[in-house]
Design a protein around this ligand. Sequence first.
Ligand code: NDP
Length: 331
Amino acid sequence: MNKAILLHKRPVGMPVLSDFLMLKEEMPVPAEGELLLKTMYVSVDPYLRGRMNEAKSYIPPFELNKPIQSAIIAEVISSNQTDFKKGDFVSGHLEWKEYQVSTGKGLVKVNEKEAKLTAYLGILGMTGLTAYLGLTEIGLPKANETLVVSGAGGAVGSIVGQLGKLMGCKVVGITGSDEKADMLTGKFKFDQAINYKTTPDLKKAIRNTCPDGIDIYFDNVGGEISDAVLMNINKYARIPLCGAISLYNTTSVPMGPRLQPLLLTKSATMRGFIIGDFYKKFPEASTQLGIWLKEGKITFSETIVDGFDNIPQAFLDLFEGKNDGKMIVKV
Ligand code: NDP
């Protein structure tokens, strides 16, 4: 029998396991022109939370009682077409199923001789593109500038900080544990890291850590952390607004500082983006990330959870900060 994970209920606030349903179904059989895929690695991402709401957004909501989809690495088990053959590894936007059929549309072959397969879900996938293009297209980093990254111990943030260092910035990361703070200044060579969970006055701590002010704030989390960072920006600061995970599970609109006077008087630019906005630059960005990875100029961290049945829990754990680097489920 095959297994699938469906969205059973639309979460209210923080999602819970009963919002998901595990279904057993007959094994799929590929028709003429189709492939049979076996799921190997599943990416769980904070943005999936938005797709669980009914609300209209840049991407349609998941349908109730239909399998959830995310980026997946799969192996081709059998093929009734010539573009893909048995034994190929592919990356694509696929369903949370152990086995599924596909026409091959939207699938990209990935090569395990070039990089670890999981890297195609992280640094060589959407995560890396988000870090690279958000930073270079909106952050516009220059040598000797100060870059602050929130969500710094996670998949996107840990890459942003390393890219900032390569571009000559002073880099400060904000993260949720001392272990992750040590990883940022150790493995990822950030200049400094702040644990927001144990720092009573974040605004002051950031001011002390960034005595020359902040030129770029790469925002992955929004909310109070971002309020504290923004109070320390310099004139002409750039703020790539990549994510707002601290607000994804809120059920009412929280009140924060009104930012208009600040952005105005600092001549600052805050720009939200969805990575697809930059699709024309994907080839160039992927090539550059691949080169730096091979040269050892950037690296990555990943948290691999074992077992198909644990996909929903791994997704929930993102909101508890249980991952460092990219959260992936090995099936
Ligand atoms: P991460 O790997 O960073 O995982 C999420 C992390 O967020 C957790 O580990 C946790 O770390 C932190 N976090 C969770 N809850 C809170 C909270 N309430 N306040 C502060 N931090 C919290 O995920 P990604 O790197 O994949 O994504 C990072 C952000 O970028 C997300 O907001 C995501 O939606 C966004 N994104 C946007 C894209 C775009 O196209 N704009 C594309 C990809 C991602 P900690 O221990 O520090 O709390």
